[in-house]
Design a protein around this ligand. Sequence first.
Ligand code: APR
Ligand code: PHB
Length: 396
Amino acid sequence: MSEADLRTQVGIIGAGPAGLLLARVLQLQGIDSVVIEAQSRAYVEQRVRAGLMEHDACQQMRDAGVGARMDREGLLHEGIVLRFDGRSHRIPLTELSGGRQVRVYGQQEVVKDLIAARVADGLPLYFGAQASAIEGIDGARPVIRFRHAGVEKSIACDFVAGCDGFHGISRASMPADVMRVFERVYPFGWLGILAEAAPASHELVYASHANGFALLSMRSPTVSRLYLQCAPDEDVAAWPDARIWGELETRLADDAGFALTRGPIFQKGVTPLRSFVAEPMRHGRLFLAGDAAHIVPPTGAKGLNLAFADVHVLAGGLVEWYRRGSMVGLDAYSATALRRVWKAERFSWWLTTLMHRFDSHSAFEARMQTAELDYLTSSRAGMTTIAEQYVGLPLL
Ligand code: APR
Ligand code: PHB
């Protein structure tokens, strides 16, 4: 072995929520890992993404010993509001799901907490370390090749966890003939903003409007997070602050005089919407977790929660291997994880389809959307089906 070579039990590619939580859970079980991340620490800690954690995802943070700041600063939610035809309907999530709650806590805060814990424990986490190849996944000793500080290095490991997101190399490292891909690209995106403005509602508001969908969310008692349905390639430059606020006011208006709080906008970005699943999530010694294997549209905020659920199953399998030498859990990883993945895919697709304006829709289909919303919000069964999926289906 040359000086540049590292040896570990689990080589983890990507320091997003999936890779970082996996490293932490394995550490607590006495399993070694090395995490490599292409970007800088500052970049991953500042990347703005969704911020809604399911009941069990919060518990995963606590179980990993990194839940204290989330419990202090995260905002607890027991209901959401669906708004359509200018009327507001509250879905009492907690009441309808046997006491489960969700928490608003920015994904980059989750990432910061997990990085801080890893750094404090002095465990290997390399930033600016881009994986270029994964070799030998069909054998017992796979190798990850990466470049760090201008030097080519490698990690010899027992297993590789591909937690490198949608654009990473892990999924592409699986043999093409074993992989099947399922995809839907939506004909719209979301324009998201962060603003120094007290949230105008203490619960999230999902609004269906003839101009398109809008969502009111928040990050703290003084910071609002708001989204507008837009074109998938919308130019942010065409959206000066006054236009954003005006459009949010139009789409979020209701018959009870809902008034939006305006404030300085300090972040703007456009995200296209996509559903994507790659099957299987494992080949040989390479395991995909999180966005590397699947993407959901942000409606319902399942992305981070699904990544965490994958980690729960993968870590369980790895622990079983290192404790008892049993491959049963690892062999079942893909099938077990995919059962939950597909249900979250279905929920995210359904909520997206229900709430957005589709240019291709006929007047009939638009009436069907309204009738479905009217049914869902006036039936306890309808509200329950939203609530139990929104707070998160149980971990498997
Ligand atoms: N080598 C090393 N790191 C890489 C490479 C590579 N070749 N390619 C990508 N990465 C890194 C990215 O820079 C990123 O930080 O992998 C990380 C993947 O993290 P995420 O994209 O956050 O994916 P994941 O951990 O699966 O988290 C899923 O992210 O996109 C959101 O909505 C999604 O909330 C969900 C969450
Ligand atoms: C967010 O706060 O970023 C958020 C919340 C709920 C969603 C999507 C995004 O459904």
